[in-house]
Design a protein around this ligand. Structure first.
Ligand SMILES: Nc1nc2c(ncn2[C@@H]2O[C@H](COP(=O)(O)OP(=O)(O)OP(=O)(O)O)[C@@H](O)[C@H]2O)c(=O)[nH]1
Length: 724
């Protein structure tokens, strides 16, 4: 352990910065890293020198471990304290993706962070995408503080975003910082909790990018004093609305009796309970307001101590299936979650992880419970803004990187191999990939680059898979949605600079069988002058949607079968499974059927593993058709959020897409329309939605289930997929 970096549990903050694209997430992060002393310069987004990009090789590929999680230190009231020894808190800053389409990406970051900063653009306010990101954080109950950025821009106001938070997000904002001047005149901020004025040097004198600032009691003669007094009253009233303790004071005595500590404690309670959201403001680009935001991270966002202890499931031995609680105890058994794998150009695979309980030490042998693999941690790294530092150990509540793990990836649970009890953290649900695109290298020379790039991307993103179509020999990339694959294609072509041709997005259909059927199948051939024989009887029955396949040997345990060669049975079962990977309609995998081998015959000398395998495959192919082959399509859970007046349009548009509206609920002054819609009908939906709602609504969707394609459409789809 290192005195420089180790702090008590209550002094750790694991946070993310969430924002609409362009709201200023990168610019704000840069300032955070600069003011916390973790970096010695500010890389500006527009000159391409942001920290996330400083490694040239990685800049080409757009990934760095620094951009996934970075650790920095901050002490409110002492901007020069940059280590644990100085009494600073430790902030582990975790990247959150801007696109909510990538369920796995969003989940992985929301799983490991305890609180978040939501950044808004003071001109645009709460945009549709900010709304989507906000709702995702609601779903995971992530406490948030808000930063209304870009107050220097023409048209900026604090009030607009605050009222939009009420109206669009149905949130309870509590404004705790007041800007002095706006747009070009924006120069200072009043901390409403302490009634202090924070002033930064004018742009021409700002030699150290806003690092030096003054904080002084707001004088009564200051022109903003009256406004600030009113704003402070409003802050206390807004806090009293959601906090009983403050309410009591508010109703009883004069609010003057509330100390700074009382107000901070109230704001902390409101934030942790998600009843209120402290709102700060500033301009990251003009270097104003970020220090106050950092203070608020420490004052109001949760530490791991505020989080409920994690629950894990026992996977083997006594109590299998039971849940156990793991406290954040450094001496307890290790429990850690790998939340991101990054291919680092110098170090190979680097796994970022969070420890929930116990302590992980360099050279420890760990067990990846998810994959049932033992492996060794060669090195542990603390990731700071512009360097990594080797550390000996990581304790609970903290985030670090491990080098040397070969099997671990996003979502895996790690424990120590020597620990007796095997437990696993609730898995991240990785939905089936529902959409795919073909990809082909432009030349044989590009093939190797393509293969390597695809392998890397696949390792980093478990929701992305690559496979080969057996018929066409084409390489197919499958993912969670159009946008997911588009981002990957961009990565391939731009970051990895692979020369490749990429096909159009296609829906991943499945096939099934409608009714029970049975077939007796005799396989008798001459192959290379040798007789091959096998006879099998196979039964098929449909299963409920979502149940998956069941393939088994149902041979009775009669005398006839006691001596039946086991390898022939195993080969037949394999043959059945093989047949189910390619359905008879379009060659998509067959889903939700039970297939059993119910009788078999062999001839000594003529029968072989190969003949049983072939017989079972052919019998199954025939059976799926006899049972009534059926095409299945992925159906998505779609959620559209928008103003009331557009609900009619959204509704009728979804109807034309074979959608089924499941419900409509008000949220704030908006309406949430929930529907189930076939994915095939959702191509280009974002554009269509924009046009029927004048850009006021947003949508999210995720895979719900496979469902039967109506028979009237099956033929059209077959023609389309085959390219007729
Ligand atoms: N005027 C002004 N511009 C800002 C401010 N903060 C950021 N910007 C600019 O806004 C643009 C977007 O900022 P980024 O920091 O890249 O925003 P982001 O949210 O990280 O955007 P993505 O990287 O696209 O997700 C850049 O051109 C910034 O220079 C601000 O406080 N004031």
């Amino acid at each position: 352990m290192s005195a420089k970096y180790d702090v008590e549990l209550g002094m750790i903050r694991n946070i993310g910065i969430m924002a609409h694209i362009d709201a200023g997430k990168t610019t704000t992060t840069e300032r955070v890293l600069f003011y916390t002393g973790s970096s010695h310069y500010i890389g500006e987004v527009h000159d391409g020198a942001a920290h996330t990009d400083f490694d040239e090789e990685e800049q080409k590929r757009g990934i760095t471990i620094y951009s996934v999680a970075t650790t920095c230190f901050w002490k409110p009231g002492d901007p020069e304290a940059h280590t644990a020894e100085d009494g600073a808190h430790r902030i582990n800053l975790i990247d959150t993706p801007g696109h909510v389409d990538f369920t796995v990406e969003v989940e992985r970051s929301l799983r490991v962070l305890d609180g978040a900063i939501a950044v808004f653009d003071a001109v645009a306010g709460v945009e549709a995408q900010s709304e989507t990101v906000w709702r995702q954080a609601d779903r995971y109950s992530v406490p948030r503080i808000c930063f209304v950025n870009k107050l220097d821009r023409v048209g900026a106001t604090l009030d607009r975003t605050v009222s939009m938070m009420r109206e669009r997000l149905d949130a309870h904002p509590i404004v705790i910082a007041l800007p002095v001047g706006l747009e070009g005149d924006f120069e200072a901020i009043v901390d409403l909790v302490t009634m202090e004025l924070l002033t930064w040097p004018k742009a021409e004198d700002d030699k150290d990018k806003g690092r030096t600032f003054t904080r002084a009691s707001l004088p009564e003669e200051h022109p903003i004093f009256e406004d600030a007094t009113l704003a402070r009253e409003a802050m206390i009233e807004a806090l009293a609305d959601v906090d009983d303790e403050i309410m009591e004071v508010f109703l009883g005595e004069a609010t003057d009796s509330l100390s700074v500590e009382d107000i901070r404690a109230g704001l902390r309670r409101a934030t942790l309970s998600l009843k209120g959201f402290p709102v700060l403001c500033g301009s990251a680009l003009k270097n104003r307001g970020v220090q106050l935001l950092l203070d608020a991270v420490i004052h109001y966002l949760p530490s791991p101590l505020d989080m409920p202890p994690v629950e894990a499931e026992i996977t083997a031995g006594r109590g299998q299936g039971d849940r156990v609680i793991r406290e954040a105890d450094p001496d307890g058994p290790l429990l850690a979650l790998a939340f991101k794998l990054v291919q680092d150009s110098h170090r190979g695979a680097v796994v970022l992880f969070r420890v929930y309980s116990g302590t992980l030490r360099a050279k420890d042998q760990v067990l990846n419970v998810t994959r049932d693999r033992k492996e060794r941690v060669n090195k542990l790294l603390l990731v700071l803004a512009s360097k990594t530092e080797e550390i000996d150990a990581v304790g609970p509540g903290n985030i670090a990187a491990a080098v040397g793990l070969r099997f671990s990836t996003t979502g895996d649970t790690l424990i120590l191999s020597k620990d007796k009890q095997r437990v696993v953290l609730p898995g991240m649900s990785i939905p089936d990939p529902v959409i795919f695109r073909s990809v082909e290298a432009r030349s044989a020379a590009d093939q190797r680059d393509l293969d390597q790039a695809l392998e890397r991307i696949q390792k980093e993103d478990p929701s992305f898979t690559v496979y080969e179509d057996k018929d066409s020999g084409q390489t197919l990339m499958a993912g969670q949605g159009e946008l997911h694959l588009e981002v990957i294609v961009n990565k391939l072509l731009r970051d990895y600079r692979v020369e490749a041709r990429v096909g159009k997005p296609q829906v991943a259909y499945r096939e099934s069988s409608r009714a029970p059927a049975r077939t007796d199948f005799e396989y008798a051939r001459e192959v290379g002058g040798k007789r091959q024989y096998a006879k099998v009887s196979v039964e098929i029955a449909p299963r409920e949607r979502g149940e998956g396949n069941l393939v088994e040997s149902g041979l009775p345990e009669t005398d006839e079968y006691i001596k039946f060669p086991k390898e022939f049975v195993a080969a037949a079962v394999e043959g059945i499974s093989d047949a189910l990977t390619r359905g008879p309609i379009l060659g998509y995998p067959v889903l939700d059927v039970a297939v059993r081998l119910v009788a078999a015959e062999y001839i000594e000398g003529d029968s072989s593993v190969a003949s049983f395998r072939a017989a079972a495959t052919m019998a199954t192919n025939k059976l799926v058709v006899e049972g009534g082959a059926q095409l299945l399509e992925p159906v998505m859970d779609v959620e559209v959020v928008g103003p009331d007046e557009f609900v009619g349009n959204v509704h009728s548009d979804l109807n034309t897409r074979r959608g089924r509206v499941l419900g409509m609920n008000p949220r704030g002054n908006a309406q949430v329309v929930e529907a189930r819609v076939p994915l095939a009908e959702m191509v280009g939906y974002a554009t269509a939605l924009r046009s029927v709602t004048q850009g006021r609504a947003s949508h999210t969707m995720q895979f719900a289930a496979y469902s039967e394609v109506p028979s009237s459409l099956q033929e059209d789809i077959v023609k389309k997929v085959r390219g007729y």
